[in-house]
Design a protein around this ligand. Structure first.
Ligand code: SF4
Length: 338
């Protein structure tokens, strides 16, 4: 039986040998960390010392370039995410070669997509999206939908590697076809990307989970998130002391946006303090009892999906603009929360 995720072991060996690497820093998403001893053996069997980053890694926004430079690694092997142009185009980053291994899922999609057809019954024009783990199956999904009489659209925009691909912070492919479709189908495990698809497009959204072989609607749960976001915005609008979170992960760092929102808040006679952090956790924010609300300029999933874990509102920049009266909630909802 093939492994659940393709670790591309031959590519890993040949890249290490071809580049003559002596020391390799490996980044793995949480689901692949149990494979650590196996991956380390492949690397060391190819003649390089393997150092596995035990830090969390949620996306290609988090390239351990500074860590690799600090420990003098020759290359980074980054598992589980595709190369993403807008995360690497920043100037001044250490120039460490990166081998991306996307860890495609070896799982059939037919059962889940056929189940999705039942949920998609009211709609004819369907937008199709997925994550990089299932991008090799997008054509098969398209055929299943077409055979069932659907008109299928797959968006293509700049910055993402594959047509139809989505990230938790980037739904441009979906937004590019939003006006053409009646509903979206997302193929992939977990609820997070499908919820984001609804928040970004406000179109009926069905998730087809190939790991579970079933499909389900996410609209109701996404509407609850929208309601919670509005409650947090309302609470934050009363805050006099704000913390501006500056994400230190390479692809999340956005000093320009942080300085702009700091200035906008201060223009209202309120206080705003910049806080630099790698991991945005409730425990870390508890250390700042005088801060009444936060602007999160790092990963939007923290604000959208984890808000209940935090003791104070943690708003995205766009939500903050609503809280400080620079944008209307309806306008933000119309253009998409992400
Ligand atoms: S959603 Fe967050 S963790 Fe995922 S790629 Fe975007 S910024 Fe990174």
């Amino acid at each position: 039986m093939p492994a659940l995720f393709d670790l591309e072991e031959d590519k890993l060996r040949s890249e290490i040998i071809r580049r003559g690497a002596r020391m390799v820093l490996v980044q793995l998403p949480e689901g692949l960390k149990p494979k650590t001893p196996h991956i380390a053996s492949i690397i060391e069997g190819s003649g390089a010392l393997a150092i596995i980053s035990a830090d969390p890694c949620y996306g290609a926004c988090d390239l351990a370039l500074y860590e690799a430079e600090f420990i003098s690694a020759d290359i980074i092997v980054h598992y589980g995410h595709a190369e993403t142009a807008f995360f690497t185009c920043k100037s001044g980053l250490p120039e460490i070669p990166i081998i991306y291994i996307e860890a495609r899922a070896n799982v059939p999609i037919r059962e889940a997509v056929e189940d999705a057809l039942r949920q998609l019954e009211p709609w004819r024009r369907i937008g199709l999206t997925t994550t990089v783990q299932h991008i090799q199956s997008i054509k098969e999904a398209e055929e299943i939908l077409r055979e069932a009489g659907k008109e299928v659209y797959i968006g293509r925009s700049l910055g993402l590697k594959y047509p139809g691909q989505v990230l938790g912070c980037n739904y441009r492919n979906a937004k590019s076809i939003r006006s053409l479709v009646d509903a979206f189908l997302f193929i992939g495990g977990g609820r997070f990307h499908a919820l984001g698809l609804f928040l970004a497009t406000k179109k009926p959204t069905v998730a087809a989970d190939p790991f579970e072989g079933r499909a389900y609607r996410v609209d109701g749960e996404a509407e609850k998130i929208i309601h919670r976001r509005w409650m947090d915005i309302s609470e934050a609008s009363k805050a006099n002391v704000w913390g501006i979170i500056l994400g230190l992960k390479t692809g999340q760092f956005n000093m320009e946006a942080a300085l702009k929102i700091k200035n906008d808040i201060e223009q209202l006679g309120k206080k705003a303090v910049l806080l630099a952090m790698r991991e945005v956790t409730p425990e870390a924010l508890l250390e700042f009892p005088e801060i009444e609300a936060y602007v999160n300029t790092a990963c939007p999933r923290i604000s959208l999906y984890d808000s209940r874990k935090f003791p104070k509102p943690v708003l995205t920049i766009r939500e903050t603009n609503v809280a400080i009266g620079k944008a209307s909630w309806n306008e933000i909802l119309e253009s998409g929360l992400i």
